[in-house]
Design a protein around this ligand. Structure first.
Ligand SMILES: *Cc1c(COP(=O)(O)O)cnc(C)c1O
Length: 499
């Protein structure tokens, strides 16, 4: 399998090269140049494997330039009981006959980003070796909150790498901020940006394509790479858990091999749901992919109309990891759906950048409608969902997962479809504890308490322990204090690197 840029500027590069580069020099994203198909029998065989084996079995198709041994080393280092606290790694929890919650937040930072960011550094270190890389890699990350911490944790003290994370200084939760500014490790930096996630993301993209800076870096022994979901190495590990969830349902006799399932994904940058789309193209029996948004419902509108319009108010919500108006990975979907038409992708992406939007052609729109269903959950609806899920099932979900469950309810009401459904649960409720406690126990539950006190309260009231990664966070030393304007991001990078 080789990789090419969605903008047409680069073709036939290895997966190691694509992972090392992160983003293509023409600003496009790397996508596989061919398709992979698994037979139902091959899918069924995954049922007898553990998560690491399932991961190795899926990854080897896409990372065909890695040896079996290299892939095994990567999955065995990433998906351990020690890091995930459970042997299943991504366990599935049956809420009702139809709703199967795929818990993706058992990793060290309590959000689904760990599923990819625990393995990406291992893939990357091997990619550097395989491509004879002599420069030190500088991983630049823009985060809406969860990627930053997961990337810092994944890359800390990894030889040959440095990592610089930019987060919106007022756009993340207290817990998320503390996780990032207390990060330990000799190669790590986290920097607040005055602005929102889109400001941080476009700032990072601008640095990646700044040729003058790239030259200076090159001469000083550095090269940029990305740990955002624009990096293929972030995306491909996410394909694994959809297969894993399907075969777990098979094992539990919830479905028969070949039965279709729906998959609901609380969506921001379109990375997680795109991984589900790739799983479907590989032969996973999927009925609908349901794209769940919060009040920043640019994707809901796009999937329902074909008009992508980022020119709207950016809203800060209680599901901040989905507060995004420019969903980068949509570019990959459009490239796939247009049959790898980089000319049209260039036109749409330029319109997005210059005019704030674009409309896809009827053919592409038809394909989107066939594959996807989209809806959004308001702030009030999200809170009510947390409460009713707790009351009805004694199960505590975070705000992002609640968006998914609420949109799924809307899907069932609107379509009457009762196909069994996997709902991706993307964060631990402890990570967004303030909203969760408020939803379940009301305003008096949160009055006068900070997020760290609320961790304990949530733990007591719901009878679940505070996750290891969040214990004692408020007492940790603050190590990263820099906050900058978005125009100053390049300067801050140069300062960190001393160039
Ligand atoms: C990142 C994130 C999302 C959005 O995922 P995308 O891949 O960006 O669409 C949803 N929920 C949580 C908790 C996240 O951290």
């Amino acid at each position: 399998m080789f990789y090419e840029s969605t903008r047409g500027g680069l073709k036939s590069i290895s997966s190691a090269e694509a992972i090392k580069r992160g983003i293509a020099p023409d600003g496009g994203l790397f996508v596989p140049d061919g398709e992979i198909k698994l037979s139902l029998d091959e899918i069924g065989e995954l049922a007898h494997m553990n998560y690491r084996q399932r991961a190795a079995a899926i990854l080897k198709y896409y990372l065909s330039d890695y040896s079996d041994q290299e892939i095994e080393e990567c999955v065995n280092s990433a998906y351990t009981f020690e890091k995930f606290g459970c042997e299943e790694i991504a366990p599935i929890n049956k809420l009702t006959d139809n709703i199967h919650v795929l818990e993706l937040w058992h990793g060290p930072t309590c959000a689904f980003k760990d599923m990819a960011l625990q393995i990406l550094p291992h893939l990357l270190v091997r990619a550097m070796k395989k491509t004879g890389e002599t420069h030190e890699l500088v991983i630049l990350v823009a985060t809406s909150g969860d990627t930053g911490k997961a990337a810092l944790e994944g890359f800390r003290d990894v030889d040959g790498t440095r990592i610089i994370v930019f987060y919106p200084s007022d756009g993340v939760s207290e817990v998320q901020k503390m996780q990032m500014i207390t990060q330990e490790g000799k190669n790590v930096n986290s920097i607040g940006v005055i602005g929102n996630f889109d400001d941080a993301q476009s700032g990072v993209k601008a640095i990646f394509t700044n040729e003058q800076l790239i030259d200076i870096m090159e001469n000083s022994g550095y090269k940029f790479s990305s740990a955002n979901s624009i990096n293929w190495g972030r995306l491909v590990p996410q394909v694994v858990y959809y297969f894993s969830a399907y075969v777990d349902m098979l094992k539990n006799k919830e479905i028969n091999l070949g039965d279709k399932v729906n998959i609901v994904v609380p969506t921001g940058n379109f990375g997680n749901i795109l991984a589900a789309y790739y799983a479907k193209t590989m032969g996973l029996p999927v009925n609908k992919l349901i794209c769940a948004s919060n009040d920043n419902n640019v994707l809901t509108d796009f999937i329902n109309t074909g008009f992508y319009n980022r020119k709207r108010e950016f809203k800060r919500t209680i599901s901040p990891s989905m507060d995004i108006l420019i969903s980068s990975n949509l570019e990959r979907l459009l490239y796939e759906l247009t049959g790898h038409d980089s000319a049209i992708i260039n036109i749409w992406m330029n319109m997005l950048k210059n005019d704030g939007g674009y409309t896809v052609d009827a053919n592409t729109m038809n394909k989107i409608s066939e594959i996807f269903w989209a809806g959004y959950s308001t702030e009030q609806e999200t809170l009510e969902t947390i409460k009713s899920v707790y009351n009805d099932y004694g199960y505590v979900v975070d705000t992002h997962t609640a968006v998914g469950i609420d949109v799924y309810d809307k899907y069932v009401i609107s379509t009457g479809d009762l196909t069994k459904t996997i709902i991706a649960s993307t964060a631990s409720p402890f990570k967004f504890n303030e909203s969760v406690v408020r939803a379940i126990f009301g305003e008096e539950g949160v009055a006068g308490k900070n997020e760290f006190e609320l961790l304990e309260i949530l733990s007591e009231k719901c009878g679940i322990p505070v996750p290891k990664g969040l214990q004692g966070l408020d007492k940790k030393e603050i190590r990263h204090k820099t906050v900058c304007k978005k125009e100053e991001m390049e300067k801050e990078v140069r300062k960190v690197l001393g160039i």
